[in-house]
Design a protein around this ligand. Structure first.
Ligand code: WQD
Length: 338
């Protein structure tokens, strides 16, 4: 059973490739290496013992995408991760995000249709909820006006799949991630931000290792218990395992609708300061941080209602915040001040 994973050398993609291989699936990776490095395939092999087939392909290059699929009739399903995901960057360069995330996805879907590949797992995001009216958010919580072009590309992706599922045989499972963090227990794969990290946890570990001078907490005057933003941090391995379960649900024909949506979170909300405290606890270090101004586009608080994934997928996040911090820190120590 061959599974195509776009963005498979990326952070969540690489962890999912390992879980797929360990469940006996053969994996083909398409990635343009714009935000990852080819050595990730070597590290995947070190973990699973199997080197995934890899093709350096940019989904925006329609001719190359069609060429790839031309002779392939061995692909059973696709897990689509390949996208840019830096909220701030998307505000400064919207066309880059619309081209890469939307045009790339349309090229992929056109090629899948032409080759009768009709099982699709889509990497979406809690970003689609914006500032929710009530918490925790369920899959029926309203999708709000996107706070960034990035968030909008995820909403567009879900809408494309919704419309497609009504008129084609395409079966889709949309997975809305909360805040992925942590790294594989082997410390061979993990989050590898290129340049200054946008996300909190890599910035914490890069500060702790001395690659960054100081962490700036983006505001502590929010309406939350300690004034800092609340998020639902989920271990990347828990997230990866959910993808395998979702894929298996489709392969076994258990999916009840042409398009199903699941929140993937822990159901717990933690503040920025709680994340810092957890890091200091597991590392035994004092983190150098200061309180700075709010960051444009940040929602105050969001965390998930995970009942649907728990009950229908039979999946539940198992790893806690301390484990996320410990595996992130072990990963950072292994790669050093890259
Ligand atoms: C978390 C909190 C920041 C950096 C991310 C991705 C988005 C989506 C969901 C995939 C916020 C604060 C951060 C720093 C800080 N993932 N922070 N100092 O914004 O919730 O969204 O996860 O789809 O693509 O961007 O995550 O880690 O950027 O921020 O205080 O140096 O940490 O203000 O409150 P976010 P984040």
């Amino acid at each position: 059973m061959k599974i195509l994973v776009t963005g498979g050398t990326g952070y969540i993609g690489s962890h999912t490739v390992v879980e797929l291989q360990q469940e006996g699936y053969e994996v083909i990776i398409l990635d343009n290496l714009s935000n990852s490095v080819i050595e990730v395939t070597d590290n995947i092999e070190k973990i699973s013992g199997i080197k995934p087939e890899f093709h350096k392909i940019d989904l925006c290059d329609e001719a190359v995408v069609n060429e790839f699929f031309k002779d392939r009739n061995d692909i059973t399903a696709v897990i689509h991760f390949a996208a840019f995901k830096a909220v701030g960057e998307s505000v400064n360069d919207p066309l880059l995000y619309y081209r890469n995330n939307v045009t790339g996805m349309i090229n992929l879907l056109n090629a899948l249709e032409a080759n009768a590949i009709n099982k699709f797992v889509y990497s979406s995001s809690c970003t689609v909820y914006g500032e929710a009216d009530s918490l925790p958010v369920t899959e029926n919580s309203p999708v709000k006006k996107a706070e960034s072009p990035y968030g909008f590309t995820k909403q567009i992706g879900e809408q494309i799949l919704t419309d497609l599922s009504k008129i084609s045989g395409m079966k889709t499972i949309v997975l809305r991630y909360f805040n992925p963090t942590g790294a594989h227990d082997s410390s061979l794969i993990g989050e590898l931000p290129i340049g200054i990290p946008n996300n909190l946890v890599p910035y914490i570990t890069q500060t702790a290792i001395g690659q960054r001078e100081i962490l700036t907490v983006n505001g502590n005057d929010y309406d939350t218990p300690d004034g800092t933003n609340i998020r639902d941090y989920i271990h990347v391995v828990d997230l990866a395992k959910a993808h395998v379960i979702a894929l298996k649900r489709m392969l076994d024909g258990k999916d009840e609708n042409p398009l199903e949506i699941f929140n993937l979170g822990t159901g717990n909300g933690n503040s920025v300061l709680e994340v810092i405290n957890a890091f200091e606890f597991v590392s035994g270090m004092k983190l150098n941080f200061r309180i700075g101004p709010r960051r444009e586009g940040d929602v105050v608080s969001i965390y998930s209602d995970t009942k649907k994934a728990n009950e229908i997928l039979g999946w539940k996040a198992e790893r806690d915040l301390n484990d996320m911090m410990l595996t992130s820190w072990n990963w950072q120590k292994r790669i050093g001040k890259k």
